[in-house]
Design a protein around this ligand. Structure first.
Ligand SMILES: Nc1ncnc2c1ncn2[C@@H]1O[C@H](COP(=O)(O)OP(=O)(O)O)[C@@H](O)[C@H]1O
Ligand SMILES: [Mg+2]
Length: 296
């Protein structure tokens, strides 16, 4: 469940000051529009120069089990980073820490230059600027597709119903599901539900999208339509951190592939190097198993 999806948090949310948003900061009622536009643009440029995500020395344990053991990861705007590694290596936990679904024990995670450990900024930052999509679709079963997509923009961003619905229809149109706007999720295939879940995240115009094995609950014939959508988003410049076991997909869309083992990023680099000429023995062993299983 994403932060956006928690009904309690959504319904309690009021649009709050946005620490990372262009144009936030001192109000500028008297300023000439051109000046404020320019300063907004400058603020946005500054923001774009900051790393979207910077994780340093991240440690996370569950009881005696240390799951993340000093993860280092930096992402810039438009980066697509794929996390690969065996089940249990810590991919989901890392994503969940980036979305505040888990708190880290040591190290730092910064989103858009803000430390997530800072109580004053973290909730708004995460809720407004990061989207997360999971293996299981997590659509609200009692809400029609259109309402699933418009709920967070309306409740969290305060967008009025008309504008939110217009935008949602535009997004649904883009993925060929405009005709499903008034259906309930259980009338859609798994692939369609997952595409709606992705579009629901996009409706918040996230600066960072976290995707956790978004195709692993799907029947094989439905995987491609979801991967195609994610590939299209990558092409359009969406900044994404993606845990995946779809190696062909990672090789195709990632700027950087990170191989995790035992809670550490053991090796990272461009896909052609990680898949073609990995240097670490652990990476080689992992990829050999993937090749033996016919998955690469
Ligand atoms: N909430 C939790 N409580 C206890 N152990 C957990 C919890 N979440 C994950 N783990 C454990 O942490 C390890 C890493 O899990 P996870 O991050 O889900 O790995 P991956 O996504 O790479 O398969 C696993 O051993 C898993 O059982
Ligand atoms: Mg996982």
């Amino acid at each position: 469940m994403t932060v956006d999806e928690r009904p309690g948090r959504v319904s309690n949310a009021t649009p709050a000051p946005d620490p990372a948003s262009p144009g936030s900061g001192p109000a500028s009622p008297g300023r000439a529009p051109a000046t404020s536009e320019r300063s907004n643009r400058r603020a946005k440029d500054d923001l774009d120069r900051l790393p979207v995500l910077r994780a340093t020395g991240v440690h996370k344990s569950f009881g005696p089990l240390e799951v993340l053991k000093g993860v280092e990861l930096t992402m810039a705007t438009h980066d697509v980073v794929c996390l690969i590694g065996s089940s249990g290596s810590g991919k989901s936990t890392l994503l969940r820490c980036c979305n505040l679904l888990e708190r880290i024990d040591a190290g730092t995670i910064e989103l858009f230059g803000h430390d997530l450990a800072d109580e004053r900024v973290n909730e708004d930052l995460v809720r407004r600027h990061t989207g997360m999509v999971f293996q299981s679709f997590n659509l609200f079963p009692h809400l029609r597709v259109l309402d699933n997509v418009t709920l967070a923009p309306r409740r969290v961003l305060g967008v009025d119903r008309g504008a939110a619905e217009a935008r949602a229809k535009e997004l649904l149109e883009r993925i060929g599901l405009a005709d499903k706007a008034h259906e309930y999720p259980d009338r859609l295939s798994g692939g369609q539900q997952q595409r709606v879940a992705i579009v629901r995240s996009l409706a918040m115009e996230p600066r960072l999208l976290l995707l956790d094995e978004v195709t692993s609950a799907l029947d094989p014939e439905l995987v491609a339509e979801v991967l195609d959508l994610v590939g299209e988003l990558a092409h359009q410049g969406m900044t994404m951190l993606i845990a995946t076991h779809e190696m062909g997909f990672a090789r195709e869309v990632a700027d950087t592939v990170c191989f995790l083992e035992g809670g550490r990023i053991v090796e990272s680099g461009p896909p052609e190097r990680i898949f073609g000429d990995p240097t670490e023995p652990a990476t080689r062993r992992f990829l050999q198993r993937i090749i033996d299983a016919g998955r690469l």
